[in-house]
Structure formats: C-alpha cells, structure tokens
Write a protein that binds this ligand. Sequence first.
Ligand SMILES: Cc1ncc(COP(=O)(O)O)c(C=O)c1O
Length: 462
Amino acid sequence: MEKVKILLDESDIPRQWYNLAADLPTPLLPPLGPDGNPVSPDMLAPVFPMNLIEQEVSAERWIDIPEEILNILYRWRPAPLRRAVYLEQHLDTPARIYFKDESMSPPGSHKPNTAVAQAWYNKQFGIEKLTTETGAGQWGSALAFACQLIGLECKVFMVRISFDQKPFRKVMMQVWGANCIASPSSETNAGRKVLEEMPDTPGSLGIAISEAIEAAVTDPTGKTRYSLGSVLNHVLLHQTIIGLEAKKQLKKIGEKPDIIIGCAGGGSNFAGLSFPFVADKINGADITIIPVEPTACPTMTRAPFVYDFGDTACTTPLLAMHSLGHAFVPPPIHAGGLRYHGMAPLVCQAIVEGLLEPRSYHQLESYNAAITWARTEGFIAAPETSQALAAVIDEAKKAKEEGKEKVILFNYSGHGLMDLSGYDAFLSGKLVDYELPDKELQKYLKDLENLPKAEMRKSGKW
Ligand SMILES: Cc1ncc(COP(=O)(O)O)c(C=O)c1O
C-alpha cells in the first residue's frame, strides 16, 4: 500500500514566511497614487495598520511568524500532504499526484492562514473592527473566524450572487459573530451609486471592495481598518506557510515536484503553495508552475499587464497587474472566488518574467474533474479548487501519453460542502460554459486608456 498521508509534527511548522519580492529577478512596479506618483506607506495608513503596511513593502526574504499566530494555526496546521493514489489508479497514470489539504481549517479553505495573521496584527495595532468583502464566502468566513478568536468586530460585504447562491456561508459568518450583508448595499456611497445604475447587478468583488474600504475609512472612531483576502503582497506572504510545509513533506519522502498547480482568484492560494518553489526555479530547478483560472474571468490568460485600480469605485492605489478592467462584472459562474478582475502583482510579475504558465478552464470541465475526484478520492472540492483539478487530470493524462513519471503537486484549496448548489446545477444539466467575448473585454479595457502605463520588465532568463 502506498503512503497516502505525509504528516508533519507541530514542532516542524515553518517559523518564517517566505517573501518572493526578495528574489524576483525584476522588481515589482510600485503602486501609484491618483497623481501617478508611487504611494508612500503613510497614504495607506487609513486603510491598513502600519505593521501590515511594513510587510506589504518589505524586501526581506524571510519574515518571522509570531508565536501567538502559530498557536492559533496549530488548530489545523501543519496541514497534511496527501497522495491521490485512487485518482492515479483511475487515470492509470505513471504520475504521482500530491495535494496539500487546506480544506482542513475550521472555515474549510486556505484563507484562515492570512485571516488569523491579519486579525492579530490589527489587534496589536489597537484596531477594534475589520471590514472586508467576500466572493464565494470563504474569505468572509475565514475573517469572521479569525476575528472571533482574536477579539475583533467583523463586517463582511458579500457579493450579491454568492449571498443568494450560498446562504449557509452567511450563517457561518454569523456563528463566528460577524455581520454579513449583500453587496452592493445601500450602506455606502459606492454601493448606492451602483444600485442606482444597475439595480439588478449580481455584484462583483470590485464593488464589494469599494464598499468595505469606504466603511473602514469613514468610521468616526478611527479604530476600524480594512482587510483584504488576496492580491496584496502581505496576504501572499502569509500563505507561503503552505508551500514551505509541502517542501518539508516532500523532502521527507524523497520527492521533488515537476509540476505545481493552484487555482488563482486574486492569487494568494496559488502563491502560497508555489512561491517557495518559484524560488527554486529562479535558482535553476526545472519545474512547470501553472496558475489556473476560469475561462469566464481570464485575467492571466487574456488580460493585458496594466496599471489598474483594485476596486470598482477607483479608491485603491493603482496596481501593476493583469486586469480585465476595474468595471468588469463577471458572469455568475459558481467558482465565486475566482471572479476578480485583477491578479496579485507578485504573481503577475512572475508571469511577465516567464516563470509561470497560466491556463484557463471552462466550468463544465472543472465540475467533471471534481466529480471524478469525488468518486475516486472521496473528497468534495470547492468549485474554485475544481479548476485546479481539471489541470491536474490533464497533466496526469499527458504523463501517461508520454510515459513519464511526473510528480504533480497541487493545492487543495477548500472543500465544497457549502457549495452543493453548484453541484446540484451541474448534475441536473443546468450549467453552461461561458467564454468572455473579446468585444466585452475591449469595452472594459477602454476605462484604462488614461491611466499610467505599466512597463513589462523581464530578465529574459525564462
Ligand atoms: C476554495 C477557494 N480556492 C481558491 C480561491 C482563490 O483564492 P485566491 O484569491 O487566494 O486566489 C478561493 C477564493 O475565495 C476559494 O474560496
């Protein structure tokens, strides 16, 4: 019998996060303010606490994880590395497929790795309340969970379509003491403006971010800050504990990955697993690293590398990233956590460098992969995770065709037990594929014409 679980002891947990910004051959372009000049840390102070802003701009390779944060993470970390032997047998592939199981956290995804860290740093800074947005509800429930454990109030603006599709996520947030409302809402100027123009909108992460930032910066107590579940450097940093653990686990059994796969919404799940291995690739390792996204929201595979706002109301600094345009309203696919118009600047700079090979999948192929997965491995994957599964199955089949013993590692970012309405729609034949028409994309990109241009800098090594 092959070993199907590779476990680490609590004493083996990584004690530092890894910061890819220290090793990228070409540095990140700086975020820009409304005047086109780089933003200073002080300008971010109304939105984030200074201890997180310091992490955001840090160029240190390793950053210590405070003991109090580790004490909370031990509830589910180190997370198991599992081998998908039953899927391997089903596909009759010579590939060995490993996955890091992030579905074991209490809220059910990778998101609490940063939620706990962000809540802890905010509390240290004297903050009493956090606001945030959530797409699928995974991030909102992760922050609600973290705020409850750390003793902060939490308010979540949940994208309308997910609020309606996933009512139990809202209940989870309430169980952990958070206040969750549908976005766009009538509680903020940003929300009211969108509702006036598009009363039936399904909402978007861009709109919900605008609402959550506005709610934080207009709070008269000055003790509220905003928390983002992906995209930013410090969020990706906190997730690298996933890849650092996976490295130790693979080392324990003498394996090295040939292919690394993760689904990417804002990029933190993918980055969390892959960045410690991107460092190896920068130092000469031969690894294919694949971020996966939905064809309906093709940020990495079709959108240009530009300066764009992180939110719809244009309140955030301009970030250098692949973007479908800040006004992009994605179609209502079930992978709600993969419907963001932009992508983490660190992931995008690694794409520009040629270190990553992004790929997109339709939702029907992803659900088919998730069904194969559930009927072999037994686990029911989140719709977001199923996008990664589609790529894993493709790569395992390719290994079979080529007769190669590839080692595939992917991030099992969350379970789908709160997403059964999507499975219901799929099994009853109600789901359809959607490919963003080029005309539609060009319409959204028009809004970026007058923004500063992002220079594509690359070393030419990959
Ligand atoms: C289960 C799951 N996987 C992946 C993602 C994508 O996360 P990220 O924004 O970190 O790329 C999400 C986002 O909500 C999610 O819920």
